[in-house]
Ligand binder design. Structure first.
Ligand SMILES: [Zn+2]
Length: 302
């Protein structure tokens, strides 16, 4: 309101700041008194506001800061994951009327053409991206079996090929890396079914595992998968209805067995996640019926 009526700093001519307005509201000089060396004195100037109004303002400010301190900070599942596709600013969230959550470009680099988007709509876009990893249970078992059979050069030469099917491979061995990597992919294959039912913090964790970066522009979400999900998505796209594509299978197998530090980090985070939360997404997984009943992309009205 102060800015609307044109309150500006005398020297710089810039619009008045929030902290200056706060200072004005807290200053008892406007109510006719002043504070000096810890004592309050009555001034001889004419007050601009009555002592009653000034007291009421102080009470309002006090109660506001008290609630802010006590209130739990809001957690938005999709902030920190998405950048604006127009200006590369962070996409941030805002609660409206105490229940609707909207996401928008922070506009840090100036005015941005992108419109606000509701959280539910954004989630549908994430589900749509996650469907690139969808894979029925039986199909996944075939992939698991193929992954265990594909011989990577190193494992073959060092004689570890036989250990890849061992039920309890030693940590750090190709067999253990492969087992953990397959566990990660298994989470990915059902993520589109599970995401909606998870608490917000887990939604964020899952999306953080799966996506390297996402951007939002013109009402569309673009996502880049982390390895190994990127290879898995390529494999699923290529193998759909056209039989196996062994080149991608070899690539996937190699990525899991010679796990890069990035993949090891993903696996470690995923293992820690379902250990600490007692949730095993693999155990929750659906059967193939769920995949058939899954209705595909539903676009909510913004
Ligand atoms: Zn923007």
């Amino acid at each position: 309101m102060a800015r609307k009526v044109g309150m500006r700093y005398q020297r710089s001519g810039r619009p008045i700041s929030v902290s200056t307005v706060h200072g004005l509201l807290r200053n008892r000089l406007y109510a006719g008194s002043f504070e000096w060396l810890g004592e309050i004195y009555q001034g001889i100037h004419e007050p601009l506001v009555s002592a009653d109004i000034w007291d009421a303002v102080q009470q309002t400010l006090d109660s506001r800061s008290a609630t802010n301190v006590r209130a739990k900070p809001l957690f938005f599942p999709f902030t920190g994951l998405i950048r604006c596709g127009h200006c590369d600013c962070a996409v941030v969230a805002q609660m409206q009327k105490g229940k609707y959550i909207y996401y928008h470009c922070s506009g840090f680099r100036g005015k941005c053409p992108e419109r606000y988007v509701r959280q539910e709509v954004l989630e549908e876009h994430f589900l749509d991206l996650l469907r690139k990893l969808r894979c029925g249970r039986q199909e996944f078992e075939d992939i698991r079996s193929d992954l265990e059979d594909v011989r990577s050069g190193d494992a073959f030469l060092s004689g570890q090929v036989t250990s890849l099917r061992h039920p309890h491979p030693l940590p750090g061995t190709p067999g253990a890396l492969l087992r953990d990597g397959i566990g990660l992919l298994e989470m990915g294959r059902t993520a589109h079914l599970q995401l909606t039912h998870l608490p917000d913090k887990m939604k964020r964790q899952i999306l953080d595992l799966v996506f390297q970066r996402c951007s939002w522009a013109n009402g569309e979400l673009t996502g880049h998968f982390n390895t190994p999900f990127d290879i898995f998505a390529d494999y699923m796209a290529e193998s759909a209805g056209r039989g196996r594509t062994s080149a991608l299978m070899t690539k996937l197998s190699d990525a899991l067995r010679h796990a890069t530090p990035e993949i090891r980090l993903l696996v470690g985070r995923y293992n820690a996640m379902h250990r600490t939360r007692g949730v095993d997404l693999r155990a929750n997984a659906d059967d193939d019926r769920n995949f058939r009943s899954d209705s595909g992309f539903r676009r909510l009205a913004a």
